[in-house]
Design a protein around this ligand. Structure first.
Ligand code: FEO
Ligand code: CA
Ligand code: CA
Length: 648
């Protein structure tokens, strides 16, 4: 989600040391080349590719990036920046809208048509595509011809959701807002006239802010998870702020609960725990006035039940989704899985807030294959409930270390406020503060190079870096007033479960023409800012979706609208592939297994922020161009006119 810099969550006031050393990419690139010890990691990566490839995610085409070859060719003519209110793709490609907000998802017996005046009811919205599409993944039912899309609906814009906008609030409007949040599953197939939604479909599903979730892992039943409505602390209603997505080798979908803190109201003087998590009196929405769950004075533990990675089995519409507390509580952007040599799952995640952290979880047990009468998802139903969580420390010499968040180890003791492992996980930020983890510039998506095993993470921006009273620059976050963002990458020593790694920056984003040296960056090729989505395709191309200034002015003036770029991770070459409509963000990227269809999401056309007070209808009417309608977030389909592999 786009954020005004002035409104970004800024609650990490811990005193972890900063390194105060500028980045030295040359040195770290040398370290990368010298990593003979990482062969084991490569084997682990190959294991992950095999498992993931089996269900249509990352494919097996080698790019040569690990061996220092040329990397994948970028076979399209790059776009120039644009400020048109439309989606642009290179010559020889087509883009079409597949699934915008408000379209019925295909629940049998409940397929209400979208009303352009915003007058659909809450009940109707619960059967329609939610708002503000974000992370997305394709799950094949019939290879590259028919499958499921599972996607996140991150937040709502009340200007668009209701006929009279947000001038007044009622319980019905709150219910509609809640129904437009969450996660959606739709069935799609390729027909002679292109990709279409299959409706009705037995797989169609809406998970909203009121759908029951089971709590899994060490915090299940914890005293800090219990509420009057759920005295056992084992069931939560709903998921919120579902931002980025990952998929597992066992066929499930992982979604991060990111900006959940902004849904809860605190007392005039919040508790220390609430302050550390950014929960204040002010909220983005007025839900607490109508739904007491979101009033922490009446329900102090309810916020502890959000901020988790949630797991959904899109193939089983009757399955109960689960909040995986072993992965730690955070402003989770998302979660991404790698596999160790001995088939344990490693889950990377970051939290998108200024000066927060990057985590990894290593499962205790190995991934189990599907069994007799049991799907792989069912066989691994509790895999992510047992394991060890770590937080990253990036050192100035280009190495790094994973610090365990384990109760009783180091400072994570009762004397320091952690009664047990459940409390360590619920208060993962406070635990990471004590461990001296590195405070990052807003970690967003993570992706693992299927060829080399290097792990990439977008650090989208942090204009607070170096501000008075705030942490200064360090090696991993090397620019003060960082309005542009960077992409960091690391290689685990030995295996994805290793405790040490080496790291460097793929690039620092920016525009060489900017006046401020800190805003110039070092991109080889097309300029951009605000890297957010990042994902490898089957050929080893690194795709980067951006989320920078909605207005494309000032330092961003030469960049145009938000965009999707392709990068050769070996050479570092970047080419602009797609440009979005006005004030939209480009997010989510997933492919059919043959690499010939790409699905991406256009989020919040017309709206830079849910809090900027402007009505998105002033700035965009994409994709319908209906003068009485509303701009709509949508999943779009990108194809080549000759049916070839995207980007090749
Ligand atoms: Fe929801 Fe960090 O973007
Ligand atoms: Ca973002
Ligand atoms: Ca994002």
């Amino acid at each position: 989600m786009a954020k005004d810099f002035s409104e970004m969550e800024d609650s990490n006031r811990s005193s972890n040391p900063s390194i105060h050393e500028v980045s030295d990419p040359e040195r770290r690139l040398w370290l990368r080349g010298g990593l003979g010890l990482s062969l084991g990691g490569l084997l682990g990566s190959a294991g992950a590719i095999g498992a993931i490839g089996a269900i249509g995610g990352l494919g097996g085409c080698a790019s040569g990036s690990a061996a220092g070859g040329p990397g994948p060719a970028l076979g399209f003519a790059p776009l120039r920046p644009s400020v048109a209110d439309r989606v642009l793709v290179p010559e020889g490609y087509t883009v079409r809208v597949l699934a915008p907000w408000g379209e019925p998802v295909g629940l049998a017996g409940a397929m209400p048509a979208f009303k352009f005046d915003g007058s659909n009811t809450a009940e109707e919205q619960a059967a329609q595509m939610g708002m503000h599409h974000d992370g997305i993944h394709y799950y094949p039912l019939d290879g590259s011809r028919r499958g499921l899309l599972c996607l996140n609906q991150e937040y709502t814009d009340e200007h668009l959701l209701h006929p009279d906008g947000q001038a007044t609030w009622t319980l019905e409007k709150v219910r509609k807002s809640q129904a437009a949040h969450g996660i959606t599953v739709i069935e799609i197939e390729q027909r002679p006239d292109g990709w279409q939604m299959v409706r009705p479909s037995r797989y169609a599903r809406r998970i909203t802010a009121t759908t029951p979730f089971r709590i899994g892992g060490p915090a299940a039943g914890h005293v800090l998870m219990r509420t009057n409505a759920d005295p056992a602390g084992e069931t939560v209603l709903g998921t919120l702020s579902n931002c980025a997505s990952g998929m597992t080798p066992w066929g499930t979908y992982l979604s991060g609960e990111e900006n959940w803190a902004n849904y809860f109201t605190a007392a005039d003087v919040p508790t220390a725990h609430e302050r550390r998590w950014g929960i204040r009196k002010a909220t983005w929405y007025r839900w607490p006035e109508f739904d007491p769950r979101f009033d922490t004075v009446r329900n102090p533990n309810e916020p502890n039940r959000f901020g988790w990675v949630v797991e959904v089995d899109p193939m089983d519409p009757d399955s109960v989704p689960v909040k995986r507390t072993a992965l730690g509580r955070a402003a989770h952007e998302g979660a991404w899985v790698a596999v160790t040599k001995d088939q344990r799952a490693v889950v990377y995640s970051g939290e998108d807030a200024v000066f927060e952290y990057i985590y990894k979880f290593v499962s205790r047990d190995a991934i189990r294959p599907a069994g007799k009468g049991q799907t792989a998802a069912q066989a691994n139903a509790t895999l992510l409930d047992h394991g060890t969580l770590y937080v990253a420390r990036f050192d100035a010499d280009g190495t790094g270390r994973w610090l365990p968040l384990v109760h009783g180890q180091g400072p994570l003791t009762a004397a320091n406020g952690f009664a047990d492992q459940g409390e360590v996980l619920i208060k993962a930020r406070q635990a990471s503060d004590l461990l001296g983890a590195t405070k990052m510039d807003r970690p967003e998506w993570v992706t693992v190079d299927p060829t080399s095993g290097w792990v990439y993470c977008t650090l989208t921006n942090n204009s607070q870096r170096g501000a008075p009273g705030r942490p200064g620059v360090d090696a991993a976050n090397p620019r003060a007033q960082n309005t542009m963002g960077q992409i960091i990458r690391w290689k685990e020593a030995g295996d994805f479960s290793g405790l040490e790694f080496v790291w460097n920056h793929l690039l620092l984003a920016g525009d060489p023409a900017n006046e401020r040296p800190e805003a110039r960056g070092n991109i080889k090729g097309d300029i951009f800012a605000g890297p957010d989505t990042i994902a490898f395709d089957q050929r080893g191309v690194l795709w980067i979706g951006t989320d920078f200034s909605a207005t494309s002015q000032g330092e961003f003036a030469r960049m145009g609208h938000n965009q999707l770029l392709a990068c050769n991770p070996v050479s570092g070459e970047v080419r602009r592939f797609l440009v979005g409509p006005s004030r939209a963000e480009i997010t989510g990227a997933t492919w059919t297994p043959d690499g010939r269809t790409m699905f991406i999401n256009i989020q919040h056309p017309g709206s830079g922020s849910p809090r900027d007070g402007s009505n998105p209808r002033q700035f965009s009417n994409w994709p319908d161009f209906n003068p009485t309608g509303r701009p709509r977030s949508a999943t779009v389909v990108v194809r080549r006119l000759d049916g070839g592999v995207i980007g090749a």
